[in-house]
Structures are given as structure tokens and as C-alpha cells.
Design a protein around this ligand. Sequence first.
Ligand code: PXP
Length: 256
Amino acid sequence: MTLGVLTPGQLRLGVNIDHVATVRNARGSAWPDPLRAALLAETAGADGITAHLREDRRHIRDADIEALMAGIAIPLNFECAATAEMQTLALRHRPHAVCLVPEKREERTTEGGLDVAGDHARLTDYVTPLREAGCRVSMFISHDPRQIEASARIGAAVVELHTGLYSDLLAAGHVALADRELALLRTGAERAASCGLEVHAGHGLTYENVEPIAAIPELAELNIGHFLVGEAIFRGLGPAIEEMRRRMNLARGPAA
Ligand code: PXP
């Protein structure tokens, strides 16, 4: 697999299918099927599929992870909290990547980044078997330099920078604050790359806000879910993904 090796200008799109499962679970039926969404995403040019198995199984379930591992040809980014249960599952399935995220039951989505600096010793022990099993370990963190450097120290291969605040500020019309947040994301991406980390970003990305993020040259991958699943209602999942890809390529310029 050549995924760790990027040519300059290339930016991968990981499609998060959690909210296909949210819709399915709303009726307690088997419909719509997250695997079918993942296969469609693959056909539409997604480079990977992301699925977050939350401790409360509110959207993706264990059987979905099994079906995705067996059914898709592109890499699976298995998102989870750093718990013993999730480590056992990750070691059983050995997905391409394991992205560790903070998780609180009461939150609606992943609200903040992981405190890698504050949980350094435990996370070092946590990621070691995952790395040994061949998974690319990714830390979902803020652009705080302490978190970036701690992620490198514990042996993560990847950091995913949290773009939620940037997207919230822009959506609320706080353009100057969003610009400041964007500048911090840029500096964070530079610092992460200089620490030898592969840099990803995600959360809250839409057609309206993706281009300044996609233009950050150190970024190798964006993970996008909620907006794409929503947009699929109006234009279909394949066209929704193709349009996101078009905007990402536009931001990268002719090299993309
Ligand atoms: N990256 C991570 C680590 C996430 O937790 C999420 C949300 O599940 C996303 C990306 C995608 O965010 P969104 O669904 O807002 O596009």
C-alpha cells in the first residue's frame, strides 16, 4: 500500500460515513447501509473511509466495522476513544489507520482535541501494540504545539488537526477570529510536519469553508462526514463527494 507516500500537492479525501448509520439507527432498521455508502464513496473517488465506533454505539456498530473491513478496497480509518475495549477491537481488525479521539457520552460530536501531553505515559503504552500490529496511529488534536510535540514523542505517525472551531467561527460570521484560527492551523501543520508527522485535518468542513484548509500545503488528508451525508440528500452521495474533491483540488492548484 502506497498511502504513506505522497507526491507534493496531493490531498486525500477520507469520507466519514457515521451519519449514514445515524439515519439507519433512527428507525432501528438495516437501512441505509453504511457499507453501501462506503462503496459508493469509493466509486466517487474517496481515498479512504472513516468510521467512528463510539463507546455507546450511537451510530457505527461493531458489525459495520466488520462489514467495512471485509467489503471495501480503500483503507479504513478506524476512529475510537483510547479505551481497552477499542484497542482490542483495533488489534482484531487491524485497519489501515487508528485515529484516537476524545469521547464524552454527553457530547453531540467530538468536541475537543485529545490531551496527548497530559496523558503521555498511558498513550505511549496504548499506541505501541497498535503500531506493532501495522496500524498508522493518528491523534486528533488541536493546533497547540504541546499536543503536536507530544504526539510525535509517543510514536504517532499522524496528527489530525481539529478544524471544528474554525468552521464554527466562520458559520457564526466571525471572520476575523476564523482567520486567526486558520493561521494557527497553518502554523500547527508546519510544526507537525517538521516533527516528522503526517498531517490530516477534519471536523465541520463544508463546501464553503474547505478551500482555505485544503490549501495548507502540509496537509495530506481531510476527513469529512456530516456535511457530505447531508448534501447527499440533495444531490446524491457520489456527486456530493465529487464536488468536495473538485473544491479541494482547486485549492491545491495545478499540482493536484
Ligand atoms: N475527524 C474526526 C477525528 C472526527 O471525530 C470527525 C467527526 O466524527 C470528523 C473528522 C468529521 O467531522 P464532520 O462529520 O464534521 O465532517
